[in-house]
Design a protein around this ligand. Structure first.
Ligand SMILES: Cc1ncc(COP(=O)(O)O)c(C=O)c1O
Length: 391
């Protein structure tokens, strides 16, 4: 079967999304988390149907979406959401920020760097103060520092903004860790906002546990943020969900505009994704795994010494380049010397400097070309001339 990432570069270069308009054409753009795929057929059908119906008004009732989400959550993760409360919003960024504005204004919010850089912006926008509890590492594998999170709660932090699965490391926190976090949150009167946007992208063989499903303490202390935007590549359509197992955990005072920010086409697409998008998602997971293997092979052939671990979830690679003494931060170096755009690790907070995040949701040709150019720039094996010439 052909990889879902097999989309010709010339076609991708016609796209007007952020990924394809942020760099000159000779740059391979591998930072922003968009995927080089064609839409899943059921989603494309639903969007065509909406256009044919000229159904382009405001987003309305979300009952069909939450029912579809519930079916997906039950089937995929064994999570029963029938008693849960939902709020729709444009995107996870808006949901997370607005929740923290109400729950943590003037208080401390814990994050676990290196972590998705906008978390820092959301916390600042919410008028809260950020407390870093860096991930711990065991023989190269990342994990949450549960004791550190406990100490931060003890010292007064009110919210943990959990990235679960974790971006950029791809770590999926095990059930036992989530259980302990929930107990600590309950003990200290803190709340956990679990950003689960990457959850559908959990690799086969890894178990994803929704935070809210972990225990009564988790249900009583948690809010989850979900969206089909990463797993089905729908970020531009603007539809995400705030979920609470206990409706009382949702703070009152969420802005009136929140549901009006939802894109109606996004709402229809999100329902189609959760209701009918699982077979496509399974094919996507195969494509992600194939590329992760390819990246493993390429890095060991061309860049011995580069540290890359396959993510437990998601399609970003967190690459440790600290072995090389580069004349500039690594992302700036690769942009200049290899014409490959990646995200710079320093933006991900403590522990990020010297790393880059590379989005490998692209064709094997683009991935091979990107790593070959990066290796050449670093003085490793591989081509010195770009072999694949973008138009
Ligand atoms: C952990 C995480 N949260 C949120 C987002 C952004 O989601 P949205 O576009 O729904 O705001 C991303 C995007 O990559 C992400 O990785």
């Amino acid at each position: 079967m052909q990889s879902l990432f097999n989309v010709p570069l010339e076609e991708l270069q016609q796209r007007r999304s952020a990924k394809w308009t942020s760099y000159p054409e000779d740059v391979l753009p591998l930072p922003v988390a968009e995927m080089d795929v064609h839409l899943a057929a059921p989603i494309a059908r639903e969007l065509h149907r909406a256009i044919a119906e000229s159904d382009t008004g405001y987003a309305g009732d979300i009952g069909r979406l939450t029912e579809a989400f519930g079916g997906f959550a039950r089937e995929r993760w064994g999570w029963e959401t029938s008693g849960a409360a939902f709020k729709a919003c444009a995107d996870v960024a808006t949901g997370g920020t607005e929740l923290m504005r109400l729950l943590a204004h003037g208080q401390q919010v814990v994050v676990t760097p290196p972590v998705y850089p906008p978390f820092y912006k959301w916390i600042a926008a919410a008028g809260a103060e950020c407390v870093d509890v860096p991930l711990a590492q065991d023989r190269g594998a990342y994990r949450l520092d549960i004791d550190g999170i406990g100490h931060a709660f003890e010292a007064g932090a009110k919210v943990l903004l959990l990235c679960h699965p974790h971006n950029p490391t791809g770590h999926v926190a095990p059930h036992a860790d989530l259980l302990r976090i929930a107990d600590l949150a309950a003990e200290h009167g803190a709340l956990v906002i679990s950003d689960e946007i990457h959850a559908p992208l959990t690799a086969r063989g890894t178990e994803f546990t929704p935070y809210l499903s972990v225990s009564e303490n988790a249900a009583a202390t948690g809010l989850a943020l979900h969206s089909p935007s990463k797993a089905w590549n729908l970020a531009g359509l603007k539809c995400s969900l705030i979920v609470a197992a206990d409706p009382a955990v949702i703070p009152s005072g969420l802005p009136h505009e929140l549901p009006w920010g939802v894109g109606h086409l996004g709402l229809r697409a999100a329902e189609a994704a959760y209701r009918e998008g699982a077979p496509w998602l399974d094919d996507l997971l195969d494509a992600v795994e194939a590329n992760a293997r390819l990246l493993e092979g390429l890095s060991s052939d061309l860049l011995p010494g580069l540290r890359f671990r396959r993510p437990d979830a998601g399609y970003v690679a967190w690459l440790d380049l600290r072995k090389w003494e580069l004349p500039a931060p690594p992302a700036a170096f690769f942009l200049q010397a290899a014409r490959v755009a990646v995200s710079d690790g320093a933006d991900f907070g403590p522990g990020g400097a010297g790393h880059v995040r590379l989005n490998f949701a692209c064709s094997s040709e683009v991935l091979t070309e990107a790593v070959t150019r990066m290796a050449a720039a670093l003085g490793g094996g591989g081509a010195t001339q770009p072999a694949l010439k973008p138009a």
